[in-house]
Write a protein that binds this ligand. Structure first.
Ligand SMILES: [Zn+2]
Length: 418
């Protein structure tokens, strides 16, 4: 059953959004965002063309930092992990909320990131995921400035590093280690403008390597094989059973091994991704998987009456599963804001984003989709269609303001922890 907030949005949430929509300053912000559409796209293109491979986000981070400075964001930092963030302090005594997008892309160094335009659609690796998110963040800051919004709580604007793949959420993890007083977190990252992600799918990733003596296929026959051990493991992984609710998945994503057709392989390895929206299921799956991995080595050794095959297990990814009730006020605020901008809101399934980490340590967190339309994420054919993209930004702006509160317009919806 899909969760929905249809008809369930609390009166105080509705009222906050209604009051914001009626406020002249907020209206000014809305108009500004629409008028700023082309500027936002130009900025998106400029940032896309600054490569930001995993662990090599620095150049883009410095550029983003410069843009924050130009927008008079206060107390701007680049932390030791490489995140860039700055504050818009509130009028006082409100909650502290982070709104972020990720700086890194999945694309390796040397990828051509030149943006090409065809019939109004932009093409480039990283054009949507998550450069559009960064551009939207900057557009929200401009709108707040232009409309002279008097936010009650503090807003922290953040470009994070290490969201993708092997980055393992290192940026957001470091940020929350340094800041334990955050009351809410919004990540702008996702292909559907009307989508709200409120659950975090956890993932564990492993690099498994079997090693053996190796030898000639004919001359050394009788020795155990690393590829055969790997094959035994994969066959058993393929037969694993996992629940569909909570959705729990596994895949052997990459396989390498052996050197030539007529040799008993000395080494073989696989990269494996396990996921679940619930920690308990993920841990159970990991336990079964690790037993299979060990048994494959044992069985290969038994077959040849030896102990020459060994297995190395490297867990290189650990993203926590995380959940909250869909009735949480942060989810309701986003829902009502999306409705107020004329779109039909949708709670989407668990996902793996920066929001996983704060959610796993109890900070209310959501991931909101980017405006416009995009596709082909993580491929060289990635594209972005900017038509009506400003609506997505207006929705971010409205969600943020309702949570943090605006002097004389609405009290913060978000609870302040301390
Ligand atoms: Zn992303």
């Amino acid at each position: 059953m899909t969760a929905t907030l249809e008809g369930k949005v609390l009166p105080n949430v509705k009222e906050a959004i209604e009051n914001l929509i009626k406020d002249p300053a907020v209206q000014k912000g809305f108009k500004f965002i629409e008028a700023d559409h082309q500027h936002t796209i130009e900025e998106q293109i400029e940032i896309t063309e600054i490569p930001a491979p995993p662990f090599k986000e620095r150049k883009r981070a410095e550029n983003f930092m410069h843009r924050l400075q130009e927008l008079n964001v206060q107390n701007i930092h680049m932390d030791s992990e490489g995140n860039v963030y700055g504050f818009r302090l509130g009028t006082g005594n409100g909650p502290k909320i982070v709104i972020s997008a990720h700086l890194d892309t999945v694309f390796p160094e040397g990828t051509d990131v030149t943006v090409k335009s065809k019939n109004g659609v932009l093409y480039a690796p990283g054009i949507s995921d998550d450069t559009r998110g960064l551009a939207e963040l900057l557009a929200v800051i401009r709108a707040i400035n232009e409309a002279n919004i008097k936010n009650i709580g503090d807003i922290i604007f953040c470009g994070t590093v290490g969201e993708e793949g092997a980055g393992d959420l290192r940026g957001v993890k470091a940020f929350f280690n340094d800041h334990q007083d955050i009351d809410g977190f919004i990540s702008i990252d996702g292909p559907e403008s009307n989508g709200i992600v409120y659950l975090g799918a956890g993932s564990y990733r492993y690099n498994i390597t079997y090693k053996g003596p190796g030898g000639h296929s004919f001359g050394a026959f009788g020795l155990p094989s690393a590829t055969h051990a790997l094959g035994r493991a994969i066959a058993n992984i393929a037969d694993l059973q996992t629940p569909s609710d909570p959705k729990t998945t596994f895949t052997v994503g990459e396989v390498t091994g052996g050197t030539t057709v007529n040799a008993i392989a000395a080494e073989a390895s696989m990269k494996v991704d396990l996921r679940s929206s619930e920690k308990k299921e993920l841990d159970e799956l990991a336990e079964k998987f690790l037993a299979i991995v060990q048994k494959a080595a044992d069985d290969e050794n038994k077959r040849w009456e030896t102990d020459a095959i060994t297995v190395e297990i490297d867990k290189f990814g650990n993203r926590p599963s995380a959940k909250q009730a869909y009735e949480e006020v942060i989810v309701q605020a986003a829902w009502a804001a999306i409705e107020a901008t004329g779109e039909t809101p949708k709670l989407t399934g668990p996902s793996s984003t920066d929001a996983n980490y704060p959610l796993s340590i109890g900070v209310p967190s959501i991931t909101l989709g980017r405006g416009g339309k995009g596709g082909g994420a993580h491929t060289l054919g990635e594209w972005f269609n900017p038509t009506d993209g400003h609506i997505g930004i207006q929705k971010n702006f409205l969600t943020l303001l309702s949570l943090v509160g605006v002097e004389g317009v609405c009290a913060p919806l978000l609870q302040k922890k301390n």
